[in-house]
Design a protein around this ligand. Structure first.
Ligand code: ASP
Ligand code: MG
Length: 437
């Protein structure tokens, strides 16, 4: 069985939604995972934030605006009076629910219910549309099988069991549709897999039922070898290993939710990144085999990085120093990305700065602390094994005219990361592209 995930732009208009049948073959047994219509989740975030600041008037205006967009959507999607009526009833139901929060105490619980409405609407509208044109499909509620535990970790075995039961009970169906992004948490409440989480849903489902393949359909023909918004003449990368893809997804290749690589990797299920606008393009195949040998694959950049430098003569010849430094970050649940050390100093980077002030205060006990914000990690993925001579030199040569704050090499065999000021990012990406490809 295959899992096909379509992102927000792939269902972004009635026309696009109808075009999915150019790609989906209703006769094949498959699960189609849909995101919310593009722009919807952002709008729902805004509505929720208006509620949480007590601005009910603003919430009401935003709800009306979004509701109006969906009225047009429904009008265009359905051809029959009956279809239009069902569609209208559906969106009225969801928007009445969203509006009803005006009279309740607004907590993160209510916020998550609001955020879930986008995927609930898109999947049901699609199912109604298929019904109208006589294509048989079965809507599987993600809230009946997608679950995360106390640590917000997806419960793959549970998902497999529950989804397995649903698939068995509907053995006469081929074409299943479900919601990306949404799930239940350990309290049984409605929750989600964080922004962009529909990719993660597809990968979790694929892993849970040991699917043959997971297809992520977006609006670009695979993962490119550099950021196409910044650099001209980028190309899609045909093959990536799971490790390479995870690295690139984390370091800024916006096409794939970074966590979504791991479930597929764990069960060796190939992931294809494909383009709804150009369905016959090969895209990118992410699988176990085919690490880059003697090649540089791709360059990606992640902004919003903060570099922290701790200088301490107490580090000299001491043991346990780094542990105590790391414990500070652990206490504040702040992940560390890059790290480089000297004998009397250590530099590291974080992208979550919520507790930066507290962290800085505690680090001051160890030595002199300097903090630089607005940094960018540039990650080059390829064959950086010890035997592949010269690639590190080529990377550094390409950025020799740019101040480099940190370099991380040797953590894995397939990447080197450098930290630069965000103002130098564009030049760094272009220069690397020119010299490496
Ligand atoms: N609709 C959610 C979002 O916009 C999930 C997704 O599209 O992947 O973040
Ligand atoms: Mg996405």
């Amino acid at each position: 069985m295959k899992i096909l995930k379509f992102g927000g732009t792939s269902v972004g208009s009635p026309e696009r939604m109808k075009k999915l049948l150019d790609i989906v073959n209703p006769a094949e047994r498959q699960i189609v995972v849909l995101s919310a219509v593009s722009g919807t989740t952002n709008a729902l975030v805004e509505i929720a934030s208006a509620y949480s600041t007590g601005d009910k008037k603003k919430a009401e205006i935003l709800i009306k605006e979004l509701h109006a967009k969906y009225k047009d959507f429904v009008d265009e999607l359905f051809a029959t009076q009956e279809g239009k009526l069902n569609g209208k009833e559906l969106i009225d139901y969801h928007f009445n629910l969203i509006a009803s929060f005006a009279t309740e105490l607004f907590t993160p619980l209510e916020e998550k219910v609001i955020l879930a409405q986008g995927e609930l609407i898109s999947t049901t509208l699609y199912h109604f549309y298929l019904t109208e044109i006589g294509v048989r499909s079965k809507l599987l509620p993600a809230l009946d099988f997608m679950k995360i535990d106390e640590d917000n970790e997806p419960m793959i075995d549970y998902i497999g069991e529950e989804l397995g039961k649903l698939l068995k009970a509907n053995a006469d169906h081929n074409f299943f549709i479900t919601q990306g992004y949404i799930c239940r948490n350990s309290f049984g409440e409605i929750d989600n897999l964080r922004r962009g989480g529909s990719d993660y849903t597809a990968s979790l489902i694929g892993a849970a039922i040991r699917a043959d393949e997971i297809q992520i359909w977006t609006d670009i023909d695979g993962m490119h070898n550099n950021d196409p918004r910044i650099v001209k003449n980028t190309k899609p990368i045909a093959h990536l290993t799971f490790d390479e893809a995870a690295e690139l997804a984390y370091f800024g290749a916006k096409i794939l939710h970074p966590q979504s690589v791991f479930p597929a990797q764990r069960y060796g299920i190939p992931v294809r990144l494909l383009n709804t606008m150009d369905p016959s393009a090969f895209g990118t195949l992410i699988s176990k085999d085919g690490a880059a040998k003697g090649q540089i694959r791709s360059i990606a950049a992640k902004d919003g990085i903060t570099a922290i430098h701790i200088h301490s003569s107490r580090m000299l010849l001491a043991y346990g120093f780094l542990r105590r430094v790391f414990e500070v970050f652990e206490r504040y649940k702040t992940p560390i990305d890059m790290i480089t050390t000297a004998e009397v100093a250590v530099s590291l980077t974080i992208d979550e700065t919520r507790y930066l002030a507290e962290i800085e205060k505690e680090l001051n006990d160890f030595g002199k602390v300097t903090i630089d914000t607005d940094q960018t990690i540039i990650c080059v993925v390829g064959d950086f094994s010890m035997n592949a001579h010269g690639y590190v030199a080529r990377v550094l040569d390409a950025v020799k005219h740019i101040p480099v704050r940190m370099i991380s090499y040797g953590g894995s065999e397939y990447n080197i990361s450098i930290l630069v000021d965000t103002n130098d990012k564009v030049e760094a990406l272009r220069s690397l592209h020119d010299r490496l490809f």
